[in-house]
Design a protein around this ligand. Structure first.
Ligand SMILES: *Cc1c(COP(=O)(O)O)cnc(C)c1O
Length: 464
């Protein structure tokens, strides 16, 4: 097998039953392209001197199999739903927050025409922010609200509007980096504001801000160290203290909250996270936070605060560059309505809150039942048991939170655990899971109960 002559022609491959059948289900150009690509690959292999299949028939069989695989990959969308069995609730690589049912439905409904910028009462042009402004004001107690593409954009817009060409004072203990290269000093430089650092990494006092205030000061900034904690010998200036200083010098105070929780999660055993209402009540003039962290909505940056400052931001040309789209707005409105209209059950209605507050006993029950079923399915192919462990909040929120869970641990008998992990990731639907010390660990906290059968089947196929 060393000449091109042995390779079947495009037409010959298209006539093979395994390929002809594809033509009934998929557009012809897609199938033909797949055949050409596969043949080109085989030709390259043969010219490269690689050993080919033993016979003409087996070569044809191999090409047909390759074409089928390639067509399947071509018709599959690039963005695909994934089963997150890692137990990391806000998994940045897997899309961070999971939308609630109402939000997902709103996205589909607003895909068509909608009154995005039309006031249906007056027939005149309306504001796209109107859809969420009142909701945000009611929920946070702030005077005004504005939403943009993400929180990084919210911070950029706020700083650019309030402090371009002037100075912003911030504690050295709050010069954070958020995953994906959001670094507070860099965002500040991008906004045209000059950063004035005060205090030290672990201790900052009101006097440190006082000494730094000058003629060029535009803003006092407080940043929530959402993804890390400084513990031990520490002193942070509280929002209330910074607000008092701001009042004294006639300077606005801005809080970048990051996670932006609207409910206190302490009753469920989670650490205290300052809520948006708390910092608004403390007197912060501008507050920024994400839509897709603890809020549990779509990716968005939310700005609430005094009407005067928010109004100036709306007039900044940069607002257009970071503006929110209608699908996000639809999902955000639906998410905020959950908080306003279902306050008491919001932790069961929004998936992010549900996953964070599910009782450990329920996770133990689910893991036990799942492990029993999986043990049956994988009999002779893997060892399966349950073990205690911890899930994580992820997404740069509540870094010290320990979420006790029960893990389903799988040790395959005939392949390595790393191989099993790869097979699961490449499967359909893809499954992402942790590996530790020879065991694949499945955390059902982040797997909706109705997807458990899919996860079982995926494991069955991966070890078939
Ligand atoms: C997450 C975070 C950001 C960035 O928010 P995105 O929505 O990811 O753009 C900014 N500041 C803080 C404090 C954060 O935690």
């Amino acid at each position: 097998m060393s000449t091109y002559g042995v390779l079947p022609s495009v037409d010959e491959v298209l006539r093979q039953p395994g390929v002809a059948e594809l033509l009934e289900r998929h557009p012809r150009p897609v199938v033909v392209a797949a055949v050409r690509e596969c043949l080109a690959e085989y030709r390259a292999r043969i010219t490269g001197g690689l050993p080919g299949p033993a016979s003409r028939e087996s070569l044809r069989g191999a090409v047909v199999a390759a074409v089928r695989e390639r067509v399947a990959a071509m018709v599959r969308s690039n963005l695909r739903p994934v089963i997150n069995a890692t137990g990391v609730v806000l998994h940045t690589n897997l899309g961070r927050a999971v939308l609630g049912a109402a939000a997902a439905e709103a996205v589909v409904r607003m895909g068509g025409y909608c009154n995005l910028e039309l006031n249906l009462e007056t027939g005149k042009r309306g504001s796209r922010y109107a859809a969420v402004e009142e909701l945000l004001k009611t929920l946070t107690g702030a005077e005004a609200a504005l939403v943009v593409n993400n929180n990084a954009a919210a911070v950029l817009l706020a700083l650019s509007t309030l402090a371009r060409g002037r100075e912003v004072i911030v504690s050295r203990g709050q010069l954070i980096e958020i995953g994906g290269s959001f670094r507070m000093p860099d965002v500040m430089a991008g906004s045209g504001a000059r950063l004035v650092e005060v205090g030290t990494t672990n201790k900052t006092y009101p006097e440190d801000y006082r000494r730094a205030v000058g003629e060029r000061t535009a803003l006092l900034l407080w940043v929530h160290t959402s993804n890390y904690r400084i513990v031990g010998f520490t002193r942070e200036v509280r929002v209330e203290e910074l607000v008092a200083l701001g009042r004294e010098y006639g300077l606005p105070v801005m809080c970048d909250l990051g996670s932006g929780s609207l409910v206190d999660l302490r009753p469920w055993g989670l650490p205290h996270e300052p809520t948006v209402q708390e910092v608004v009540a403390a007197g912060a003039d501008v507050v920024t936070f994400s839509g897709d962290k603890l809020l549990g909505g779509p990716q968005a940056g939310i700005i609430v605060g005094r009407a005067e400052y928010v109004g100036r931001m709306k007039g900044n040309p940069l607002t257009r560059a970071v503006r929110i789209d209608k699908l996000t707005l639809a999902a955000l409105e639906a998410t905020l309505r959950e908080y306003r209209d279902h306050r008491e059950e919001v932790h069961t209605r929004l998936p992010v809150l549900r996953m964070l507050t599910v009782p450990a006993s329920e996770l133990a029950r689910r893991a036990g039942a799942f492990a029993a079923r999986l043990g049956e399915i994988l009999r002779g192919r893997a060892e399966v048991h349950t073990q205690p462990g911890f899930s994580r909040v992820g997404g740069g929120a509540l870094p010290t939170a320990e979420l006790p869970t029960t893990l389903v641990a799988v040790a395959p008998l005939n392949v390595t655990v790393e191989e099993l992990q790869v097979r699961l990731r490449k499967g359909d639907p893809p499954v992402v899971a942790r590996v530790r010390e020879g065991w694949l660990l499945l955390d059902l906290r982040t797997v909706p109960e109705d997807r458990e059968p899919l996860l079982e089947q995926a494991l069955g196929r991966a070890l078939a």
